[in-house]
Design a protein. Structure first.
Length: 236
């Protein structure tokens, strides 16, 4: 057992779910909280799934809910990953994601195309491009709101380093601006620590905490939000 990098999620995983290993069928539920001073503070509930369809094809999906602020549906995403070059270890991923902030009546639709590779057993890399379409007021919750007044293209990146493999625990340090459910603004460098531990056969305990660097001044880091999540994963 080892923790490998995801979608969207997510994200979270660039387009990898960041909870699952490619080619394996798994489900996960996580609960947690996110706090950004002066912006938002809310509880999180998310459900993720990864289904191997063929030996070279994997489908991953996720949905997220917010509690106490922006109550209700907050995120969902769907991605398809194809093992394109087996010998070179290259995988191609295409995914769609939607986010919404219900109290602000702001939403965002995104599509992402990315390539992934694992040059070393403990190192996973990904890079691609994303198209973002913010939506406001009446169209903020619609997955069809692509005609935006503020569209933009962004580069997406992912670096996962598995720095601990000590049964029954694996831990990964991630620098990535997108997973299956969420994407950071270009001015923020997101950092995430993920851990996965065997509980009983077929069941694992998951933990993730994340923050973001928004500035560097006089060797002092300025961090943004803080997110922590705890959950379980079932392999079938």
């Amino acid at each position: 057992m080892r923790l490998a990098a995801l979608l969207l999620i997510c994200e979270t995983a660039v387009a990898s779910p960041l909870l699952f290993e490619t080619g394996r069928s798994q489900q996960a539920v996580l609960v947690g909280m996110r706090h950004e001073a002066g912006v938002e503070s809310k509880a999180l509930v998310s459900i993720h799934a990864s289904q191997s369809v063929l030996s070279f094809l994997n489908i991953h999906a996720g949905i997220g809910l917010s509690l106490f602020q922006h109550n209700g549906l907050s995120d969902y995403g769907l991605g398809i990953r194809v093992r394109a070059l087996r010998l070179a270890g290259v995988e191609l991923d295409a995914s769609y994601r939607h986010n919404q902030w219900n109290e602000w009546r702001i939403g965002e639709n995104r599509v992402i195309a990315a390539a992934h590779t694992t040059p070393l057993r403990t190192l996973h890399l990904g890079a691609g491009i994303a198209y973002r379409a913010p939506a406001f007021e009446h169209g903020f919750a619609s997955p069809l709101a692509w005609d935006s007044d503020m569209p933009e293209f962004n580069l997406v990146y992912q670096l996962d380093w598995t720095f601990l493999e000590m049964a029954p625990l694996d831990a990964v340090l991630t620098v990535s601006n997108a997973d299956l459910l969420r994407m950071s603004v270009p001015s923020r460098i997101p950092l995430r620590l993920s851990a996965r531990a065997d509980l009983v056969p077929g069941w694992d305990l998951l933990f993730r905490c994340a923050t973001g660097i928004t500035g560097l001044s006089s060797l002092l880091l300025s961090v943004s939000e803080f997110t922590a999540e705890l959950g379980v994963c079932h392999e079938f």
